[in-house]
Design a binder for this molecule. Structure first.
Ligand code: SAM
Length: 239
């Protein structure tokens, strides 16, 4: 099975490289999630929440939302606010509110409160129970959810598939390890480590599985920007 997984991922990466080399407009458009455009379009006049607002971005999306005319802005994260976040908040004289805590914790959800637009990027595949995460996001969202996550390409002939990364052995992990710059992916580049909790990459979610999870959690996807290993969806609550 590891050989099948390696062949599948290798084929997808080869196609991706070929499209990039050919300079396909679609590939270029799909390469980068349209963050700035989404903030400009969805945020003005709305209350805005960024779930997982801190690591590597230091509240940048929250500040962008405030600048785009959000009525109020909250960021929530497990991490303490970084020095860069505090400095930027002071420099801007910003009213962005920060709540520290785990979004799965009902008390944190209550403290954060309901928002018109909820942004959640880079969190879902770090969650051992993504349906619980989506249930929390549903509680927090009244109008729109922007959900961005790393994904796996669709498995040929098998819609709705996910890979549970902690179940992979070293050979299985290698099948999913690609050329990457940047930070290590716990449970993919290194063995799964229960003690590192949400730092692990728990799930490789295909786009069709992601849509199914949204549906099961009371969301309907309205817009999708999907590249082989990343998806950004705009969804609205259905109930
Ligand atoms: C991979 S980073 C993504 C950062 C940023 N949103 C982005 O898209 O680049 C994940 C962020 O979510 C936070 N996070 C992960 N699980 C969380 C949870 N259960 N509750 C609150 N924050 C969480 C992490 O601390 C980290 O700041």
């Amino acid at each position: 099975m590891n050989a099948v997984a390696r062949a599948w991922i290798t084929a997808v990466r080869a196609r991706q490289r070929a499209r990039r080399m050919l300079g396909s407009a679609a590939a270029a458009a799909g390469a980068e999630p349209p963050r700035a455009e989404l903030v400009r379009r969805l945020v003005p006049g709305r209350s805005f929440l960024d779930v997982g607002c801190m690591w590597s971005v230091d509240g940048a999306i929250a500040f962008a939302a405030e600048q785009a005319g959000a009525r109020s802005v909250t960021g929530v994260d497990l991490m303490a606010p970084t020095a860069a976040f505090e400095a930027e908040r002071a420099r801007r004289g910003s009213a962005v509110r920060f709540v520290r805590g785990d979004i799965h914790d009902a008390g944190v959800v209550e403290e954060v409160g309901v928002h018109d637009v909820v942004w959640c990027s880079g969190v879902l595949y770090h969650a051992p129970n993504p349906l619980l995460t989506l249930a929390r996001l549903r509680t927090l969202t009244t109008e729109q959810l922007v959900l961005a996550t790393e994904v796996l390409p669709e498995l040929p002939g098998l819609r709705g598939a996910c890979v549970f990364y902690p179940g992979l052995d070293a050979s299985g992990r290698r099948a999913f390890a690609g050329r990457r710059s940047g930070s290590e992916r716990v449970a993919l580049d290194t063995p799964f480590d229960a003690a590192r909790g949400y730092e692990n990459w728990w799930w490789g979610i295909t786009p069709s599985a992601l849509e199914g999870m949204l549906l099961a959690s009371g969301f309907e996807a309205l817009e999708r920007v999907v590249s082989p290993f990343h998806a950004t969806l705009v969804a609205r609550p259905t109930r």
